[in-house]
Ligand binder design. Structure first.
Ligand code: BG6
Length: 471
């Protein structure tokens, strides 16, 4: 459908950008921080570890000043659980509480709305040693202790909260042995991975209820990675495969927090494989009692699949955005209509509109975009900037699709792409840069870690000034 009259973006729209603690803070052992599973990553000869990253921990004032200069209305960041409770469920570390208070105050002084992700891939190592998310009786209460501590500390100042970043990919990546999102020594079976998913659902639901009860003015929602799934052809088997893939990739993970239900297609598949989720008495009530205020989601690209046929998959690489397939159901297929980034992720701005329509049609909740962006190898030029026209194009194309979606009735409350400043990628190191702000370091050489605004940051500043209506 072509739209002649585009609607304006709503007043107060949350234009900003995102990051996560373990990918940008550094300071991995400063001021009493305990170790998280991400601190197990030692990097490789070519790829950085997570020890210093962008050094936001020591440079947050400078970074927030740049965000202010860009006119950010919001900044999405995560709280490092092991700064607050170093061993996961023991004593509270006051320095950790103080650090985020300083960050939040700095943001509020700059008129930037903080959006907190409670947990972004960095489980405390001590909890992992006790069984991690598979050990419900240890990890769920520990998460609630952490949740109560951060709600108490920041609930009066911070309105927007996200529960667990990409809960879906945490589980799916484990299931496929791609454990870079939650590195552990243990390889999980399919049954265990989905059991972990259920425990995460319970933790997420309890946290949403707790925040609503203690700080009724706060808003909270889940933040999975959602993408529409296209069938590779109009063959009914391919269409069915795409529907199934969408349930595994997206809907199972939103049906639980929004509808309080386990999608039956996944439960039937687990049953056929001989796995039964352990769902305790009272769990259904816990899931139903949690009422998210919005759906936050990360969108990078769509997925294309065909019916499973025992061929090897078409993607050479497999990670968050490529190569997903489940035997006897669906497999990754090439989409000839889409280009790719240099790291192999499909480029699909129209898919952003398709995805947001699907989410809104299904759940009828406002949407908050919490990640989107293009990862590129970049260097400073002689003018001490990066002329990242490709990033400007990328955002223009995605934002216009969001505006069209809004014009046809979808509700969006903000756009917070990945990432504010350059930071360490989940598994590709510092070479894969997403930021509006260039951080002067490479994989192994920390150089001076100075910040420089890229060309896209000036373009984004102008867009925010116009509340997006100049697009
Ligand atoms: C999402 C994660 O999967 O994608 C981020 O929430 C991540 O943590 C982002 O950095 C981009 O992925 P990558 O692998 O390029 O860093």
């Amino acid at each position: 459908m072509k739209i002649k009259n585009l609607k304006k973006f709503p007043e107060g729209f949350l234009w900003g950008a995102s990051s996560s603690a373990y990918q940008c803070e550094g300071g991995w052992n400063q001021d009493g921080k305990g170790m998280s599973v991400q601190d197990l990553h030692e990097g490789t000869a070519e790829i950085s570890d997570f020890k210093v990253t962008s050094d936001f921990y020591n440079r947050y004032k400078e970074d927030i000043a740049m965000m202010k200069a860009m006119g950010f209305k919001s900044y999405r960041f995560s709280i490092s659980w092991t700064r607050i409770i170093p061993n996961g469920d023991g004593e509270i570390n006051q320095s950790g509480i103080d650090f985020y208070n300083k960050v939040i105050d700095e943001l509020l002084d700059a008129n930037i709305e903080p959006i907190i992700t409670m947990y972004h891939f960095d489980l405390p190592l001590e909890l992992q040693k006790k069984g991690g998310w598979l050990n419900r009786d240890v990890t769920v209460p520990a998460f609630m202790k952490f949740a109560k501590a951060i709600f108490k500390a920041y609930g009066k100042k911070v309105k927007y909260w996200l529960t667990i970043n990409e809960l879906n990919l945490l589980v799916l990546m484990n299931m496929f042995g791609q454990d870079f999102l939650s590195p552990t020594d243990k390889k999980y079976t399919i049954g265990e991975a989905f059991q972990i998913g259920h425990h995460l659902f319970i933790a997420q639901a309890l946290a949403m209820k707790e925040l609503h009860e203690t700080f009724p003015k706060c808003l909270i929602g889940p933040a999975p990675n959602i993408s529409s799934v296209y069938p590779a052809s109009s063959k009914p088997e391919d269409v069915l495969a795409a529907q199934t893939a969408a349930v595994f990739r997206s809907w199972y993970w939103l049906d639980a927090p929004v509808r309080g239900e386990h999608n039956p297609i996944v439960i039937k598949w687990l049953d056929e494989l001989g796995f039964n989720l352990e769902i305790r008495d009272g769990d259904d009530e816990i899931l139903k009692a949690a009422k998210p205020d919005f759906v936050a989601f990360n969108y990078y690209s769509t997925m294309t699949v065909k019916a499973w046929n025992n061929e090897s998959t078409t993607s050479k690489k497999s990670d968050q955005q490529q190569g997903l397939g489940i035997p006897n159901m669906f497999m990754d297929a090439k989409n000839e209509h889409l280009g790719k980034t240099e790291f192999g992720w499909s480029i699909d701005p129209v898919g952003f509109r398709v995805t947001s329509r699907e989410i809104f049609e299904r759940y009828r909740l406002p949407m908050l975009l919490t990640e989107n962006g293009i990862g590129v190898r970049e260097e400073l030029n002689s003018d001490m900037t990066v002329n990242d026209d490709y990033r400007i194009e990328w955002y223009k194309d995605h934002i216009i699709e969001m505006r069209k979606a809004i014009s046809e009735g979808m509700e969006f409350i903000g756009f917070n792409p990945w990432s504010a400043m350059d930071l360490v990628s989940t598994h590709e190191g510092f070479q894969k840069r997403y930021g509006f702000i260039f951080v002067n370091r490479d994989e192994k050489d920390l150089r001076d870690l100075k910040r420089y605004r890229k060309k896209s940051s000036y373009w984004y500043e102008e867009l925010i000034k116009n509340n997006g209506n100049n697009i």
